[in-house]
Write a protein that binds this ligand. Structure first.
Ligand SMILES: Nc1ncnc2c1ncn2[C@@H]1O[C@H](COP(=O)(O)OP(=O)(O)OP(=O)(O)O)[C@@H](O)[C@H]1O
Length: 255
């Protein structure tokens, strides 16, 4: 569980996060949405310790990250998996080496043990028999799956994904979303995803936090978002005609 309390972060005179409080539970896909510039990336970076908040706390199962000793910080970092925009794989390394990288960095496992774990996670993302391929030989969706395999290879408690669907066609995007949701549930990971993708909001939004100008404007799940009358959420989420129609149909059905 990740508990965020009154989080503030600014740069110089510009206050970006203005007191955000929310809780992310294990086994749930938690989505952060909001307009460009609303503070989603700064928020995610503040959670993983890349930004230090001026005020407020982020606690990971009761442990406040800014209070960690150097040793505790190292341990905590190993509990975190990350999937970046554009996958961020090492181009010159094979799939196997990419996925094995965190194990080599952080564990003292033997090569056989590492390989066993790599093969396990590659199978989990349905990429068995791709060990020797280079990222350039894979489609965007497959690269994303390698990135997910690498993110879970250390068996993380927390998974952070920054725009995991960027650059993918809608069908592949849903496959990736579902995979993240399944893995989150299966291993009871606390997963936090920054997204622009309204399909993701509807498909896997078990908890959605809507940021507006650095504040938490609204939170709820994918069903709540269909019912909400919050103007800022409605303006943002239902700016497309398609989603407007989906909402109208839902509201008519549930009248
Ligand atoms: N390192 C920084 N120094 C100064 N200002 C920053 C820094 N990082 C972000 N900002 C500012 O914080 C604000 C929020 O940026 P952020 O990247 O979090 O938005 P976002 O919601 O992720 O946007 P997008 O959806 O376009 O990625 C912006 O006005 C940005 O210019």
């Amino acid at each position: 569980m990740i508990e965020v309390k009154n989080l503030h972060k600014g740069f110089g005179d510009v206050q970006v996060l203005k007191g955000i409080t929310t809780t992310f539970y294990p086994g749930k896909t938690n989505l952060i949405i909001g307009q460009s510039g609303s503070g989603k990336t700064v928020f995610l970076k503040s959670l993983i310790g890349l930004h230090t908040p001026e005020k407020g706390t982020v606690s990971f199962d009761g442990r406040i990250n800014t209070n960690f000793t150097e040793e505790e910080k190292q341990e905590w970092r190993q509990e975190i998996g990350m999937v970046f925009q554009g996958s961020a794989l090492f181009d010159s390394q094979t799939v196997e080496d990419n996925v094995m990288f965190p194990l080599k960095m952080f564990t003292k496992k033997s090569r056989e043990e590492m390989l066993e774990r790599v093969n396990f996670v590659l199978k989990r993302v349905k990429l068995e028999n791709s060990n020797d391929k280079l990222p350039a030989e894979l489609s965007g969706g497959m690269q994303k799956r390698v990135a997910i395999a690498r993110a879970i290879v250390m068996n993380p408690k927390y998974l952070f994904c920054d725009e995991p669907n960027s650059g993918l066609d809608p069908r592949t995007a849903i496959v990736i979303d579902k995979l993240i949701q399944e893995i989150t549930d299966e291993y009871q990971i606390t997963t936090v995803i920054n997204t622009h993708d309204m399909n993701s909001v509807m498909e896997i939004g078990e908890k959605i936090v809507f940021l507006n100008k650095g504040k938490k404007e609204w939170e709820g799940n994918s069903e709540d978002i269909l019912k909400t009358e919050n103007e800022a959420v409605v303006d943002f989420v239902y700016s497309s005609n398609l989603f407007k129609k989906v909402r109208e149909a839902y509201l008519n059905e549930t009248k």
